[in-house]
Design a protein around this ligand. Structure first.
Ligand SMILES: [Zn+2]
Length: 439
């Protein structure tokens, strides 16, 4: 049945949809996703579906649509988010909300993160119906609001208040992707899990006074000592088996003796010995350990006044399997100053799904059929996505935009000149279509 689909026409159609989708400015905050939800609903209605717009309020909404499968097996949910981060137009080659199609790309804010993925899922969903395919299980399409700002008006709210409409056993979401020319080759890397963000405020209190008469109780001194210890502190390496596999694959593409040395030295013991140096390879470092970034410091208001308090914010990211309270205790020991108060501002537990589930096997089968011989490695994500809300409900959720992005395209995400190639768009639709049909 797939043979009756004209893939070139599909890409043209998808590019037009994505272009129109990008034109709806859903910068979050404020989001304004109601308009985009209605836009997607309109397309689905024309195809004979019954989409539902789940309104959080009069401006923000989520879009859900179900395609009945032939069995009562747990549904597969195709997830994406409609909101985007802001864009400063003067820095761009094209207007960020123009949805320009040129040079083989659709340009604009959200084309990679995450309206491109949303369009792939929408098209695959529509094509199943057009091709007369009845999937083995229900397929649920869900486009959320508010991913970029935490999900309170989006995934968190939908899962909490409309679970009956989105109850799924399996979720395909953003997160991982295929990358061109990584370690000198193309590679597909779906995310099976993601680190948990823990945002912490440190507050030092002391004695205020005149700057001409330094005091032993200056809160700035206390905070600086604490931050100095944190900046020098090396969290321990925890090498997950999936991460090890990717690092060994990376070694393979290099000349002898690198692959041999990689197989000898990529282990917990060795990496812990060189952990101080790992910060220089930040992408690898981020998936090997709990990390701490000092992101904010605030203190004082006048040149000659010692303030009574000063504070700093830490962006910590915890690996799956790590305990928040144990990590805070570790931090407390590193700081070793009872005058520094530690306050948790926000925490989302790290989340993961088994990388060995049958769902991953089917994704791999589809990818290898459509991209013969390509290395396929499940990987941990350093960031966090809406997948966590579904994992908390017991779903197997993977983050995977199933197409090959160039490093350049990836770098435009949350940056300038965001764009997705038509090739990527087409491959993504085909892979998601095959996945929905085969799983
Ligand atoms: Zn995103």
């Amino acid at each position: 049945m797939t043979d009756t689909i004209h893939w070139e026409q599909v890409v043209t159609e998808a590019a037009k949809i994505l272009s129109d989708y990008v034109k709806i400015d859903t910068t979050d905050p404020p989001g304004n996703e109601k308009q985009s939800a209605e836009f997607l609903a309109g397309i689905l209605k024309k195809e004979g579906f019954n989409p539902e717009v789940l309104s959080f309020n009069d401006k923000r909404a989520n879009l859900v649509c179900r395609f009945r499968g032939s069995s009562s097996e747990k549904p597969l949910l195709l997830l994406s988010h409609m909101d985007v981060v802001g864009a400063v137009a003067v820095d761009w080659k094209v207007a960020p909300f123009s949805g320009t199609i040129k040079d083989g790309y659709v340009w604009g804010r959200g084309t990679v993160d995450c309206k491109g993925m949303g369009t792939m899922e929408l098209m695959a969903f529509i094509l199943l119906k057009r091709a007369g395919v009845t999937p083995k299980r229900d397929i649920i399409l869900l486009a959320n609001a508010d991913e970029e700002a935490g999900g309170e008006a989006g995934a968190e709210w939908v899962v909490r208040t409309h679970w009956d409409k989105v109850a799924a056993g399996y979720v395909l979401n953003e997160g991982g992707m295929g990358i061109k020319g990584m370690f000198g080759k193309d590679i597909m890397m779906p995310c099976f899990g993601e680190k948990g963000p823990l945002w912490i405020k440190l507050k030092a209190r002391g004695e205020s006074g005149h700057g001409s008469m330094p005091t032993a109780e200056n809160p700035n001194d206390k905070l600086i000592y604490a931050l100095g210890r944190i900046a020098r502190y090396q969290t321990k390496i925890v090498l997950l088996p999936e991460v090890k596999s990717v690092l060994l694959e990376a070694g393979k593409s290099m000349k002898f003796p690198v692959p041999f040395l990689a197989s000898m030295f990529i282990n917990n013991l060795f990496l812990n010995r060189i952990r101080k140096r790992l910060k220089n390879i930040k992408k690898v470092n981020a998936i090997l350990r709990n990390t701490i970034s000092i992101t904010n410091m605030k203190s004082g208001f006048k040149e000659n006044v010692i303030p009574s308090e000063s504070e700093a914010i830490l962006d910590c990211r915890l690996l799956p399997g790590q305990d928040k309270d144990a990590f805070i205790d570790e931090l407390r020991q590193v700081i070793s100053d009872p005058d520094i108060a530690i306050e948790t501002l926000q925490f989302h537990a790290p989340s993961e799904s088994s990388s060995k589930d049958r769902f991953m096997e089917v994704i791999k089968e589809v990818i290898l059929r459509n991209h013969p011989g390509i290395p396929f490695y499940p990987i941990l994500g350093a960031g966090f996505t809406d997948s966590r809300f579904f994992r908390e409900k017991g779903a197997i959720a993977y983050g995977f935009i199933p197409c090959l992005f160039s490093q350049e395209e990836i770098d435009t995400m949350h940056g300038v000149n965001e764009r997705i190639s038509l090739k990527c768009l087409g491959d993504g639709i085909k892979n998601i279509f095959d996945l929905c049909r085969d799983f």
